[in-house]
Write a protein that binds this ligand. Sequence first.
Ligand code: FES
Length: 420
Amino acid sequence: MNARLTAEPARSVAGAPQGNEPPARVKPGPPLWLLLELTYRCPLHCVFCYNPTDFATTGPELGTDDWIRVLREARALGAVQLGLSGGEPLARDDLETIVAEAHTLGYYINLITSGIGLTEARIAALKRAGLDHIQLSFQDSSRELNDFLSSTRTFELKSKVAALIRKYEYPMVLNVVLHRLNIDHVGEILELAQQMGAQYVELANTQYYGWAWLNRDRLLPSREQLRRAEQTLERFRAKAGQKMKIFFVVPDYFETRPKACMNGLGSVFLTVTPDGTALPCHAARMLPGLILPNVRETDIKAIWYDSPGFNHFRGDAWMKEPCRSCPEKTKDFGGCRCQAYLLTGDAANADPVCDLSPHHHLVTEAVETAARAIASGTSQPEGANQPKAQEHVLVFRDHRISIPVVTAAPARRADVPESG
Ligand code: FES
């Protein structure tokens, strides 16, 4: 059942700070999107995973009762769209119980899964429980690269899961994360999706957080690869028509204006991580100085409206120049806070994707470095055929190991003016 959107205003902004007064609170609308990362456990080891790399800093998983309480509190506040992800959410034995409760509460429920663990018995139980939607991830069109990128033998299994999804009359929704090693296979990926009867395909270029950040210099494609992929996509669309809807998410690094990440932090998205930490975006855990609440101690209403972690990046009082005086700030909110932090060491800086940012060179240099590596052959973009050759340079996700987040904080350049 589809939950209905509430008619509350999306956001209203109080007055700007005066003198030494603290910034006036920005009153947000409800957290319409709730993402529950039920577990960090995952049978896959994807090199582009956005999960944190410093797993050792995370606590034990919430129990079923905690998740159900979170669902009730968030629904009472107006949450309507529910994503269940991880790690691999099917690793939780209580997934069906959580889905049943969410269905009773009136959420529209989307399971974001690798498919591993989705047996016929489980999909039948999830259907009975009221699951609305399944998004299945593939790593590539070829068994060899799919299995290499996830460090598992799962290609055949995923194909079987795709058949089960069709059998149980879910819309077939495929997600493939694109990067240097598979972006040249866009044509084959789309053909595979067509064979599987996909109605929706999301070709999502890698966003560089978490494990993808560790691997960025091996995953970032070249502009030429991106151009070829877009041409292939257009040819496919012209041939196949609109029967299969294709969403192509362009990589940030090739843009000159940043995305309105999360529609602004604390605006509509609320993520709860396996240990109960509540986040205004799925990657915000790494932002230093952000005091993040936990659903074990604080209810969702207080988290959403009153916690410092959710209020910090609301409004524009936190912004530095050039964002603060930029007319686009109400559209892009300064871009992605996590990207700004990883690239510049300061989450309050403009997202360096923006060509008005004094740090934009960090993005263009990364793109140039990728192009040079590919052109010189040191990166082996045809990695599909030689995955072994990549193995020693990529870091595979593993929740049993923990790697601290290191930013690319640049030494201040003489030509980069102080922002603030
Ligand atoms: Fe955290 Fe963009 S991913 S603000």
